[in-house]
Design a protein around this ligand. Sequence first.
Ligand code: NAD
Ligand code: WQD
Length: 344
Amino acid sequence: MGLKILITGGLGYIGAHVCAVLHQKGYRIVLMDNLSNSFLQMYHQLITLLGEQSLEFEKKDISRPDEVKELFRKHSDIKGVIHLAALKSVNQSIAQPLSYYHNNVGGLITLLSEVKSKNIPFLFSSSCTVYGQADQLPIKENTSLKPSFSPYGFTKQVGEQIIKDTAKANDSFKAMSLRYFNPIGAHPSSLIGEWPIGEPQNLVPYITQVGIGKRKELKIFGDTYDTTDGTCIRDYIHVMDLAEAHVLGLETLFSSNSNHYVYNVGLGKGVSVKEMVSRFEKVSERPIKYKISKARKGDVPIAYADASRIRHQLNWQPKYSINDALLSAWNWEKYLHSNNDHKE
Ligand code: NAD
Ligand code: WQD
């Protein structure tokens, strides 16, 4: 029997894909989620994809010490933690900073208090947002971090620091922060994918909803940036490749002597918003209506990764192109639509 791994935030977008990849590699899985930004239906989707016996689900909140303790009492055989549970809306974090600090920082501390003495590896979802507008491109892990524009971004910087300090103080606590660039796309089965509650805040789910006719048009946030076509440039990465990086990260923590790592996870290719729209039109054969609207506050003009550290040290080899990712996102959108499941 495989080792049992806890995935916090496991019913969310990235968590569901990490779950699918871990299962495929033979791990046993406990998903913990408070459903604050996901649907219980995602659990049923995972069961359809992976089978009835493939995972256990605990509806619990990482910021509640009693619930976290209870979870570890019940699953005393957990051998690793992948911590994805967090609130992730930049705008909402500006309006409600205390909920973000409570959930993302308080929740992390609650979880670490339980995990740090158990001698089990800990993987943390960080974000390229920690770099802000980097002074140097492509962005390397040692590129200096900038003061964050939003409380959300700050929770990732503080989270990384808390983990680093905890690892420094406890040799047996092994941890890794993965700085995701822009995850997009869906599982090849189209049974799981990004499932936003309400109006999507990120580019690709917005485009797919325009494609299916759920939204009238895409608003492109600014076209006067100092880039090739004036729109922002990002490093989009298939969520399945990102999920794979988690498994490699976990396996490194199981076998290594060092106890603290930080990796960028991106394809290393900068693509503009307009280019994403035309790539999507090509793979989906659907026209995407858009209008240029004003720049979004806090958006950095250009961000793309130097991912050579994870490629070399973990032998991470992304398998999917940006067009593959866009096509899979489109297939997932069609699946949701045909199953009448597109909840608001
Ligand atoms: P998501 O919102 O789809 O998933 C997060 C899940 O965590 C949700 O299911 C939510 O219900 C759950 N959750 C939130 N607070 C919780 C709590 N207190 N207790 C238990 N569960 C809780 O987000 P995602 O896109 O899958 O992101 C996962 C992680 O990756 C987050 O930490 C996010 O900050 C980070 N990240 C995401 C992106 C991105 O573009 N999606 C980029 C960089 C980093
Ligand atoms: C991509 C590009 C937008 C929507 C955000 C968070 C970041 C990280 C990843 C978690 C940008 C443009 C978008 C739309 C648009 N998350 N856009 N119209 O901004 O790179 O990063 O998600 O850590 O913290 O800030 O991703 O998908 O929102 O935007 O023109 O309706 O698309 O301006 O240039 P972003 P995104």
